[in-house]
Design a protein around this ligand. Structure first.
Ligand SMILES: [Zn+2]
Length: 256
């Protein structure tokens, strides 16, 4: 089988452990817990080839140690000692070949949710952890609105058809907020109906695409008149630059 596929393994209440697999091997992204991965590998008779980590939060790396105890594979991740299991630390622009798979990956440093957050892009796929979500973005735990704006802007420059694999199933609640933040965006109700149907069928709403995020994500669309209008209304003054708009709607979303 030349082709690979990407499978969503569920972890905790709303995390996804994205699993790139073919007939014999698998690479997992952000295994917050080991058991769903172990169960899947055993059921499908797959050998683990590598682990990828986007950032240090426990719900993304908590399964590293238990997986490594069973299969000593390379762990690709950021320069951050808070993930001790990482064996290959990557900086912005570094390329690597995904072990076993014929896929070249590039590392993008996208700080804001955490200061050392990275994304992996390659083979038409983007694994962006908790920075870019479908119709949303991560909380600013260790970064600034400017950093989030810069990081999202970089991701939005990827090809439109890039498949966006986010770390959590947050799409429906994000879309509710997106409708408040950009009430005149008529694509939002259509997308919400499609995503609701997927959830009703027990399926993930992911992956998204870069095109979809550019059309529907208020944190990407901080230059859109409708988003500027509602952010300004909430701030009680005209917000003239995209970073201020992002800061305002990020705070608004925290309370939404
Ligand atoms: Zn996180």
């Amino acid at each position: 089988m030349a082709a690979h596929e990407v499978v969503a393994l569920r972890a905790f209440s709303d995390n996804y452990i994205w699993t790139i697999r073919d007939r014999s091997h698998a690479v997992v992204v952000d295994p917050g817990e080991a058991q769903p991965v172990i169960d899947y590998l055993e059921r499908e008779k797959l050998t683990l080839a590598a682990i990828l980590n986007t950032h240090h939060h426990a719900d993304h790396v908590g399964g590293n140690a238990a997986l490594l105890a069973r299969c000593p594979v390379p762990v690709f991740g950021p320069h951050d000692e808070r993930i001790p299991e990482v064996s290959i630390r990557l900086a912005d622009g570094q390329h690597f070949r995904l072990p076993h798979f014929d896929i070249e990956m590039e590392t993008l440093e996208i700080p804001a949710h955490t200061r050392s957050h990275i994304a992996f892009v390659g083979g038409g796929m983007l694994f962006c952890g908790d920075t870019l979500f479908a119709a949303g973005c991560g909380r600013l735990f260790e970064g600034t609105p400017r950093q989030m704006h810069d990081s999202l802007t970089r991701l939005a420059r990827l090809p439109d058809d890039t498949l966006v694999y986010c770390g959590h199933e947050y799409t429906l609640s994000n879309l509710k907020f997106a409708r408040a933040a950009e009430p005149d965006n008529d694509q939002l109700p259509l997308l919400e109906a499609r995503m609701q149907a997927l959830r009703d069928a027990g399926k993930p709403t992911l992956p998204s695409t870069i095109a979809q995020e550019k059309a529907t994500n208020p944190f990407v669309r901080v230059g859109a008149p409708g988003v500027i209008r509602s952010a300004s209304a909430r701030a009680g003054k005209t917000l003239g630059d995209p970073v201020s708009v992002l800061a305002e709607i990020r705070n608004w979303k925290n309370e939404f």
